[in-house]
Design a protein around this ligand. Structure first.
Ligand code: A2P
Length: 318
């Protein structure tokens, strides 16, 4: 399978199964279907509230000999309420326990946003910390410790813009190896992709299909559709594949890992089969000039009036 390569030579399969929004009751079967279909990369996070069930599926897959641990690439993420140095390791250990694993392949700081311990989603001012209270440097030190202890093979971040990456790079002892961000033809993230390339940071694209299954409350009424976009549909017809496969292939062609979420057996298999598509330069040019700029996960849930964080703490100006 096509993969991207860390500086020590370790490889990450370029297509992984996304598990955000996969409900307990669905995700167990989805992970097993994915492994059976040939996926070797599963993207998880503590806040998805389904890691125990993912862990049950992994345990079954190992027991039945479907796959060996060392053949799988498993990512998870540190939630916003565990950024203090003392909290990083316990949070990672809880994730490992839930996933029934001895180590992760990749552990990411989920957001550059900080909540007090035990807070799920901060609403009031008292539930937030500021960068003054818990500098990113402190959280990163916890991540480095986790890597040193062998609890994760690689460490990185998610939803970090160039300024935040620079801050980590300036003070770290171990460089961030990954930045996972929303990325698709409506949000190509060119500046960030170039910065990451220049600094040896790999990238993963989340919400590659536009995350249509988000809660209605987090959607705007006039959102554009990636799956129904005319250019995407035209390329799907040209290649005899689905719109979703074109969107997945778009990241694969940019050497960016991509983690489409599905809990449907056919779509899980279909998404992995995107690896077989060969987009030519004119196809990529069409996607580059799609003419719509849109961010689906806008971060406004972290930057309300009570929050010390602003959208400029999160996003790059394109
Ligand atoms: P389902 O889980 O029922 O397959 P994203 O990865 O951008 O978050 O998008 C996930 C959404 O896209 C889910 O609603 C998922 O539904 C749907 N989806 C996943 N794969 C496909 C596909 N091949 N074609 C159409 N929709 C898909």
């Amino acid at each position: 399978m096509k993969s991207i390569t860390f500086s020590n030579g370790d490889k990450m399969p370029i297509i992984g199964l996304g598990t955000w929004k996969s409900k307990p009751g669905e995700v167990y079967q989805a992970v097993l279907w994915a492994i059976e279909a040939g996926y070797r990369h599963i993207d998880c996070a503590a806040i998805y509230d389904n890691e125990k069930e993912v862990g049950n599926a992994l345990e079954k897959a190992f027991k039945e000999g479907l796959v060996k641990r060392e053949e799988l690439f498993i990512t998870s993420k540190l939630w916003n309420s565990n950024h203090r140095l003392d909290d990083v390791m316990p949070a990672l250990k809880k994730t490992l326990k839930d996933l029934k694993l001895e180590y992760l392949d990749l552990y990411l700081i989920h957001w550059p946003v900080i909540f007090k311990r035990g807070v799920g989603f901060a609403q009031t001012r008292e539930e937030f910390y500021t960068y003054g209270d818990v500098p990113l440097e402190q959280t990163w030190e916890g991540m480095e410790e986790a890597k040193k202890m062998g609890l994760t093979k690689h460490i990185g971040v998610s939803n970090f813009n160039i300024a935040k990456l620079q801050e980590v790079i300036k003070t770290c002892r171990m460089l961030p190896e990954m930045n996972q961000v929303e990325l698709h033809p409506f949000l190509p993230q060119n500046k960030l992709v170039n910065f990451c390339k220049e600094n040896g940071i790999l990238m993963t694209a989340y919400s590659p299909l536009g995350s249509g299954d988000r809660a209605a409350s987090s959607k705007k009424s006039n959102e554009p559709s990636l799956l129904q976009n005319e250019i995407v549909k035209e390329l799907a017809a040209k290649h005899g594949v689905s719109s979703a496969q074109i969107l997945i292939s778009y990241s694969v062609h940019r050497d960016i890992a991509v983690i489409p979420k599905s809990v449907n057996q056919d779509r899980i298999a279909q998404n992995l089969a995107s690896l077989e598509i060969s987009l030519d330069e004119s196809d990529m040019e069409k996607l580059k000039n799609i003419g719509i700029a849109y961010r689906f996960i806008d971060g406004s849930f972290f930057t309300g009036p009570q929050s010390p964080f602003k959208l400029t703490d999160l996003w790059e100006k394109e």
